[in-house]
Design a protein around this ligand. Sequence first.
Ligand code: ZN
Length: 151
Amino acid sequence: MACQNCDFLGKGDIIYNSRLWQIALAPEQSYLGRCYVTLKRHTGDLADLSSDEILDFKELAENLENALKKSFNATMFNWSCLMNDAYQKKKPEPHVHWHFRPRYKEKVSFAGRIFEDSEFGHHYSRDRKIIVPKYVQKKIAGRIRKFYDKD
Ligand SMILES: [Zn+2]
C-alpha cells in the first residue's frame, strides 16, 4: 500500500500525538499555524470513524484551537477534510486527514516576518503559498507546542 498519509505519520514537525491522531505543522504557512491532523488508522471516510476516534478528535480540536489562540491570537479556524487528490489515482486509497487553517483578523509578527490573512472573513486562498524555511517552521511548531494542552 502506498498511502502518502500513512507514510507521513511520525514525520515532519509534530505538534502533538494524541492516542488516535497526529498533528503536524505544514511547511506551507500562508495561514500561520497551518497543520495537518491525520488519523493514525488508515481509513478513507469520515463516516467510518469510531466513537473513540471522534471523542479523541474533539479533545484535540479544543486543545489545538486554544493553543493557536494563545500562540498567535487566531480569531477562528477552518477545518477541511477533502481527500480529492486520492481519487486522481486509478486505485484511490483515501486516508482521513484534516487541513487545519487558523484565520486572523489582525496581522501577526513572528520570527521576523509579518503574517497577514488578507482573505479573512472569506474562503481561504489556495493560490497564496508561503513555504517558510525549516528554522521558521521549528519556531512556529515550538510556540504552538508550548501552549498545547495547557491551561
Ligand atoms: Zn493511509
